[in-house]
Ligand binder design. Structure first.
Ligand code: ADP
Length: 594
């Protein structure tokens, strides 16, 4: 093993010993061929978890670069993202560097491209669906010479996103068809202003990366309207990222798709097969069956319990049949079984009982199995963690949150929050996006549906809790740093207030010039304008009019950097306006302060 890697292992040794479960990691290392069965037995014979961890590290230090890489990959797969990041910078270069295959089918080069483009990693437990992956790759090859669209469609939870990410994890495909890179955008259900913000951040990401490569290119101010955003993206894709692939994950609405109708190469996942009808260019599609083949579903269960599919008890097949092979449900049940390996009959019975009937049935999914699996997974949480999990009901779909937001909501130290979240992630009750630092956490939208249904009568008080916790934490004034946590509050505080029916609080927040200034400075005016429209019926009509007028007259100024003096802008409003009144007060205060 090269010096840098060994030194990094030694430095991280105590953190690794503290946390890792060697038995989980060794399976991956054995299948990568860097650990033998005998070595595994020797490590397993140590009496405690910690001693096993220490023995594995001791052994690893005597092995080669490939073993280090395999160990790193195993950490990533087993959701030890924090520990993996300790080792990341010292990953040895394998030779010939970019060609050597990793066990997940990618190469170092592929990993770098996908990670730069924000493509999600494989789930912790993963089975390959080679026929499907090949079908998608074959369609993607058609985009080699010309722009166009590939639609991957299927039911919720059928594994479309995992499949899309898997399809591009291929050295030849990327080098031959998409040398400009692969850029992932999670879309979900959005309104126009949300869409604008998503495209703004995509453009920002693309510009930033291109500036790192070419410092002479400049960063622009964020596009102010959807039309402008579409043009900016068109320019970026054409000039700076020719022959790149844009992956749009979970599109619901054709109007959203139209914003990306810019003559580029797009892979989209959706439940609605006909979405691409509204855009121009060549098109092809791949259908994803709702369930996995029985063998694959059994393989998932086997991976969770560290066993062989042939050795699974007879109930395993029935579990797979009961949930029709849904990848999402099988993963939930598998995660439960990892913790309670004797409960096969019990979980089968839970699935069969169908006692938890949801009122609203979606046409696109048989929810019963998911409900049972979710109910069972939540049941095994400790009471304390169960309450915390229920708090997640208030999250909006497709929104990823950093742990710090939950630290406010739960009033817990960030480290404690990380521990709780790790528990949820291990149980497949929550997903983690490791591409961001800090990590972001999110629920599958079927899980959010389930939580919303389960807590229908308590929704208002759950939202009230969010608002109260926020007010308590930020009693001295709103956060101002512009980090992920702060963005969350600026984006969603009004939403939580409205859902909590806290009309008074909502009015005083939205009719505050300070709030307007800080939110516009951090997020641009589009979201603010949208808030007044969205909560229009709740807010006082006259004062709302004052703020809307101010924003519509000054929106373009509020996009400028350096950021203008909002008090000065507001002083040019008519003196009957609430905006003017507040600006005058602030101007007078400034004057007395000198
Ligand atoms: P969709 O995009 O169709 O809603 P996802 O791709 O998000 O579905 O998959 C839902 C969940 O199912 C994943 O989070 C993962 O737990 C599980 N899953 C999907 N595909 C696989 C796979 N190939 N191997 C293992 N688990 C999978």
């Amino acid at each position: 093993m090269e010096e840098g890697a060994r030194s990094c292992l030694l430095q991280s040794r105590s953190s690794l010993e503290q946390d890792i479960r060697a038995s989980y990691l060794m399976d991956h290392m054995i299948s990568d061929g860097v650990l033998t069965g005998d070595e595994e037995d020797r490590i397993r014979s140590k009496p405690t978890r910690k001693e096993q961890a220490a023995a594995l590290l001791e052994l690893l230090l005597r092995k080669d670069n490939q073993a280090y890489i395999s160990f790193y990959n195993a950490l990533v797969r087993e959701s030890y993202g924090d520990l993996a990041s300790l080792l990341h910078n010292s990953l040895p270069l394998v030779s010939p560097e970019a060609e050597k295959s990793f066990s997940d089918g990618g190469t170092r080069y592929v990993q770098a491209v996908l990670s730069e483009g924000g493509v999600p990693q494989r789930p912790v437990v993963f089975v390959s669906r080679p026929a499907l992956v090949n079908r998608v790759r074959e369609k993607l090859y058609r985009l080699q010479k010309e722009p166009g669209w590939v639609t991957v469609f299927g039911m919720a939870g059928s594994g479309k996103s995992v499949l899309a990410a898997e399809a591009v994890r291929d050295h030849a495909l990327i080098t031959e068809c998409f040398p400009g890179g692969v850029h992932w955008l999670s879309v979900g259900q959005l309104d126009r202003s949300d869409l604008l913000v998503r495209i703004q951040s995509l453009c920002f990401r693309l510009e930033q990366q291109s500036q790192e490569k070419d410092p002479s290119s400049s960063l622009h101010r964020p596009p102010g309207s959807l039309e402008e955003a579409k043009e900016r993206l068109r320019f970026l894709m054409l000039r700076r990222y020719p022959r790149s692939l844009l992956i749009l994950d979970d599109i619901w609405d054709s109007s959203v798709l139209k914003a990306f109708d810019i003559q580029c190469r797009v892979l989209l996942t959706t439940r609605d097969r006909s979405l691409a009808d509204c855009v121009s260019g060549s098109k092809s599609e791949v259908a994803v069956e709702s369930g996995l083949e029985e063998d694959q579903a059994l393989e998932i269960l086997a991976l969770y319990v560290n066993g062989k599919p042939q050795r699974l008890p007879e109930q395993a097949r029935s579990i797979v049949r009961e949930c029709k092979g849904s990848p999402l449900v099988v993963s939930l049940i598998g995660a439960l079984l990892r913790e309670f390996p004797d409960r096969w009959a019990y979980y089968l019975h839970t699935l069969q009982q169908k006692k938890f009937k949801r009122i609203r049935k979606s046409s696109s999914y048989d929810y019963d199995a998911l409900d049972q699996a979710m109910a069972a997974s939540i049941q095994v949480l400790s009471e304390e963690h169960r309450e915390l999990y229920i708090d997640l009901t208030v999250l909006e779909k497709d929104v990823k949150v950093p742990a710090k937001v939950l630290s406010v909501l739960w009033d817990l130290e960030p480290e404690e929050v990380e521990d709780v979240l790790q528990d949820f992630v291990n149980k497949s009750l929550l997903f983690r996006d490791c591409h961001h630092r800090p990590y972001l956490y999110y629920l599958h939208d079927l899980q959010l549906d389930f939580l919303a249904e389960m807590n229908r009568s308590g929704l208002e008080s759950l939202h009230t809790k969010v608002v109260c916790q926020y007010q308590q934490r930020y009693s001295q004034g709103p956060p101002t740093s512009g980090d992920e946590e702060c963005l969350y509050w600026f984006r969603f505080l009004t939403y939580h207030m409205a859902k909590a029916n806290l009309t008074q609080e909502l009015c005083s927040l939205m009719f505050s010039l300070d709030w307007v200034r800080t939110k516009a400075q951090i997020m641009g005016p589009a979201h603010l304008i949208n808030d007044y429209v969205e909560y229009g019926t709740i807010l006082d009509k006259e004062v709302r009019g004052h703020f809307q007028e101010f924003l519509s007259l000054n929106g373009h100024q509020l996009e400028q950097r350096p950021f203008p003096d909002v008090v000065q802008l507001a002083l040019s409003q008519p003196d009957s306006s609430e905006v003017y009144r507040q600006a005058l007060l602030q101007a007078q205060e400034r004057a007395t302060r000198g």
